[in-house]
Design a protein around this ligand. Structure first.
Ligand code: AMP
Ligand code: MG
Length: 410
């Protein structure tokens, strides 16, 4: 009987203790690879990105107008305009091939290089838009509307440090240096194993007393969102031999294994037997959080095995609160940390929270809405539209509408 393996003497740990145990057992991935910039989004930089040249590389016009010598505009006003000769027209991508002379202006477009000799750009709305000669209606101070070379950064400046997460802005910064590929850390590799005799993969016929495998998809989606390479997914019946065989044959090729279900105290909770069979060294079993209490974790062959609870929302909480941190530790991706904020509860929550509780919520304009999201842990639709979890401290009473709560954005 597999449940003979369950050692209920093991002391449940706090969330902090669980994370500390993981931290002590995970080393950050150090292997690197070169990635084309188009494939680098979401990756972690394994090199500093240095500026190769000044930005902008030439003095640049911030607007459409005329490049002038400010001293030529002295005393100009609408009533007494100064007239300058328009020597040329330059658009972004062109340049004027000589310095402008006293009494000259160059018609210039946004982003075009400012000709030598000019020290200000007058917006076209302060002129008569002249083509051969232009009337200037106001006096310009030196360096008015003048973007200096190197205004944004100088050659050699560190624009992004090793370890930075490459988001949309970072991708543009790298492209702005002229690099087409970057050195990044390799992605963490994970397999997922869902368990349960009653669970059927979508796409197959459902018989009486069976349910579809929803967790596998929710779990994989989260890992993908966190930049993980999910190399394979498996579903096994409640048979410790089958689950063990998969772990044993894949452990060498992955950084982490995530299993779903079978970690509670029932007869069919096979993960206890799996850990025993393989000699997976248990880091913790049961975390003092609700939902998701029945999580187990261990190390096997130097790799992490994370066994999240089976109930869909319990599995989700274990993924967000614990597995997400493990991925962060593996990848060094600080970007994965959950952002916390204060919010005002928009609806009441009538249950007490003897242990630390995480409630599904949608936070909008500083208000945390929970109506429609407080279903049971087995309820898969209650996660629809949520963007955060309310972190309710252990020992809290029921919550009232208007209470201030801490939310963690998912
Ligand atoms: P377990 O922890 O394995 O006893 O699972 C707890 C509850 O979650 C049971 O009602 C299971 O049927 C359900 N469950 C477990 N795994 C999944 C899954 N992959 N997809 C949907 N429901 C699941
Ligand atoms: Mg099960």
């Amino acid at each position: 009987m597999e449940h003979d393996h369950i050692n209920e003497e093991i002391r449940p740990v706090t969330l902090e203790e669980a994370l500390a145990a993981l931290n002590g057992s995970i080393s950050r991935i150090s292997e690197t690879e070169e990635a084309d910039l188009r494939a680098a989004y979401g990756r972690i930089l394994a090199e500093d990105i240095l500026a190769m040249r000044d930005q902008p590389p030439f003095p640049k016009s911030p607007l459409d107008g005329y490049a002038v010598r400010s001293e030529d505009t002295k005393g100009a006003s609408k009533e007494a305009p100064v007239t300058l000769k328009v020597a040329a027209e330059v658009a972004a991508g062109n340049c004027f091939d000589r310095a402008i002379q006293r009494g000259e202006a160059v018609r210039i477009m946004t982003g075009a290089p400012i000709p030598d000799g000019a020290d200000a750009i007058i917006g076209q709305e302060d002129t008569d838009y002249g083509e051969e000669h232009v009337n200037i209606y106001c006096e310009m101070k030196p360096y008015k509307n003048y973007i200096c070379r190197g205004n944004e950064y100088k050659a050699g400046d560190v624009l992004l440090a090793e370890g930075s997460h490459i988001g949309p802005s970072e991708a543009g910064i790298i492209a702005g240096t002229g690099k087409r590929s970057v050195k990044v850390y390799r992605k963490s590799k994970v397999i997922i194993i869902s368990t349960g005799d009653e669970i059927v993969m979508p796409g197959h016929e459902l018989k009486d007393s069976q349910i579809y495998n929803s967790n596998l998809f929710t779990t994989e989606a989260q890992l993908i969102e966190w930049g993980v390479d999910v190399t394979s997914v498996f579903h096994v019946p409640d048979d410790p031999k089958e689950a063990s065989a998969i772990i044993e044959s894949h452990i060498e090729d992955v950084d982490m294994i995530v299993s779903i279900g079978g970690v509670s105290v029932g007869k069919k909770d096979i993960m206890h037997a799996v850990y025993d069979r393989l000699g997976i060294e248990r880091l913790f079993w049961r975390v003092k959080i609700k939902p998701g209490m029945a999580m187990m974790a261990g190390t096997y062959d130097g790799k992490l095995v994370l066994s999240v609870s089976g109930n869909p929302y319990a599995a989700f909480a274990d993924m967000q609160l614990i597995t997400r941190e493990a991925v962060q530790m593996l990848s060094g991706n600080d970007h994965l940390g959950m952002v916390s904020a204060k919010a005002i509860l928009a609806d009441a929550y009538d249950k007490k929270s003897p242990s630390r509780r995480f409630i599904r919520t949608c936070v909008e304009d500083g208000k945390a809405f929970i109506k429609g999201h407080t279903g049971g842990n087995n309820d898969i639709t209650s996660g629809r539209g949520i963007n955060a979890l309310i972190d309710v401290p252990a020992g809290s009473d029921a919550l009232d509408e208007g209470d201030e709560v801490t939310v963690l954005f998912i």
